[in-house]
Design a binder for this molecule. Structure first.
Ligand SMILES: Nc1ncnc2c1ncn2[C@@H]1O[C@H](COP(=O)(O)OP(=O)(O)OP(=O)(O)O)[C@@H](O)[C@H]1O
Ligand SMILES: [Mg+2]
Length: 446
């Protein structure tokens, strides 16, 4: 300020002196007045220039000029620079937040007071089949028209979530039906945040669990009913000794059936819950096949009077790494299926050989009835039987191949099924080379 007053006084004094020198002393006042006017004009021009720059392009502010205007311009420049820095930092933070929400496996949609989309992450966009950019500021209820969802959104009661089918456009995108759980959380007054979760697999698992329990109950109830019937008969009717023996035999059969079922279920749950099979415990293939042969011959004799033409061949003396009991159970399961579903007199050939790429193939081929192509993909499902009545006659519960598949997966093996109705079937387990090694001479001779 003192600078400003002193320049003003200096300008007036200079004007007065100039007038006194150039004209006469009594014109000095006029000179002082002209000097002051000139100063004022210059000052006004500088003020105007600063204002113009501020109005049009604050970035073009002159750095450090003389006097008040120079300092003012410099201070404004500094303030603007600080403000820009703060804005940039706030924007960076916002981008970080949005990136974090983008990375979330859940869908997030932010709605403004009118229920229009302000922002949504990619997960929500694909779950709802909307476009994260094109559909901005669209009303959410116009884009997702599921009546349950629309009613939920309008209710303003968000104490629980709502379950909806993903819109058709989203399903085309995914290629399968999807279920979504959507919950709204109000914030900042009337704004709302929508959180979505894909619960398709959860619902599938729940449906599988229900089916499983229903199947188990059914499988147990059938033999139980039969047993209870026999018990009642034995209690109420005077029976001849041989009739009694026949009934007791049938009862034993049913209780054996239940026992097998429970054992298979326990095996399955053990397979699911236990640690991966060891990859350093070696068992000679020959020993596993010998056990299959013993069991197979016994079963064949028990089931048919004429038996089957059974053959067991080993092409390569190998050892296999894994859990021996699991491997034995899978291999025996395939043999017992072949024998049980192939009528007496039929052929069942079991073999072990190495494939050219080093993998090993355990195969069971039979000349039985074969399986129609439509059943093949479902054979390994729990309780799946091609012909329920026939399988029940032979005591099957439909868990055998589910166990085989589990064991195969745990050992990195592949279960291959080929079958031609009327001609027979071939079930093969192909084990990875990493789990095989040539049998040591000692165990090969054993
Ligand atoms: N070698 C085969 N020939 C013809 N059909 C077969 C053969 N192996 C399996 N199947 C069919 O596949 C179905 C499923 O077999 P899986 O071994 O899983 O069950 P199961 O034999 O019925 O019962 P479980 O093995 O639990 O006693 C069988 O019911 C049968 O219909
Ligand atoms: Mg079976």
């Amino acid at each position: 300020m003192p600078f400003r007053i002193s320049t003003f006084l200096a300008a007036s004094a200079l004007g007065a002196a100039a007038a006194a020198v150039l004209a006469a002393w009594h014109h000095a006042w006029l000179g002082a007045w002209l000097g002051a006017l000139l100063w004022l004009l210059l000052d006004a021009w500088r003020a105007q220039r600063l204002l113009d720059v501020l109005r049009h392009d604050a970035a073009g502010l002159p750095s450090r000029g003389p006097g008040v205007w120079g300092e003012l311009s410099e201070r404004i420049r500094k303030l603007l620079r600080e403000r820009d820095l703060k804005i940039r930092q706030a924007e960076d933070r916002l981008q970080e937040f949005l990136a974090a929400i983008q990375a979330s496996p859940n869908g997030v949609v932010l709605l403004d007071e009118q229920g229009r989309i302000e922002w949504c992450n990619q997960t929500a966009a694909s779950q709802f089949g909307i476009d994260a950019e094109r559909d901005l500021l669209q009303h959410m209820a116009n884009l997702v028209r599921d009546p349950a969802f629309v009613a939920y959104l309008a209710s303003w009661n968000y104490s629980r979530d709502v379950l909806i089918d993903a819109p058709a456009k989203a399903q085309q995108h995914r290629g399968q039906a999807a279920r979504l759980s959507v919950q709204v959380h109000p914030y900042a007054g009337n704004r709302r945040m929508l959180l979505t979760r894909d619960i398709t697999s959860l619902e599938q698992a729940e449906a599988m669990r229900r089916d499983f329990v229903a199947n188990v109950s059914h499988e147990i109830r059938t033999p139980l009913t039969v047993l209870a019937g026999f018990v009642e008969t034995l209690q109420n009717l005077p029976l001849e000794a041989d009739e009694r023996a026949r009934y007791l035999g049938l009862m034993a059969q049913q209780s054996h059936r239940m026992e097998t079922l429970v054992n298979d279920l326990l095996t399955l749950s053990r397979l699911e819950g236990s640690a991966a099979p060891p990859d350093r415990r070696w068992t000679p293939m020959r020993a596993l096949l010998a056990q299959c042969e013993d069991e197979g011959r016994g079963l064949s004799q028990r089931l048919t009077s004429q038996g089957h033409r059974l053959s067991f061949a080993i092409d390569a003396a190998s050892e296999i790494a894994g859990a021996p009991t699991e491997l034995q159970s899978a291999m025996s399961n395939l043999v017992s299926n072949a024998i049980r579903y192939t009528p007496g007199g039929g052929e069942v050939a079991v073999s072990w050989r190495l494939l050219p790429d080093g993998r090993g193939e355990y195969a069971v081929r039979d000349s039985g009835p074969g399986i129609a192509a439509e059943h093949l993909p479902r054979l390994t499902e729990r309780f799946y039987r091609v012909d329920r009545s026939r399988s029940r006659e032979t005591g099957g519960t439909g868990l055998g191949l589910a166990i085989v598949k589990h064991v195969a997966q745990r050992h990195g093996a592949e279960l291959r099924i080929e079958s031609t109705p009327g001609l027979g079937s071939r079930f093969a387990l192909v084990f990875p080379a990493a789990r095989l090694r040539p049998a040591s001479t000692l165990s090969a001779a054993a």
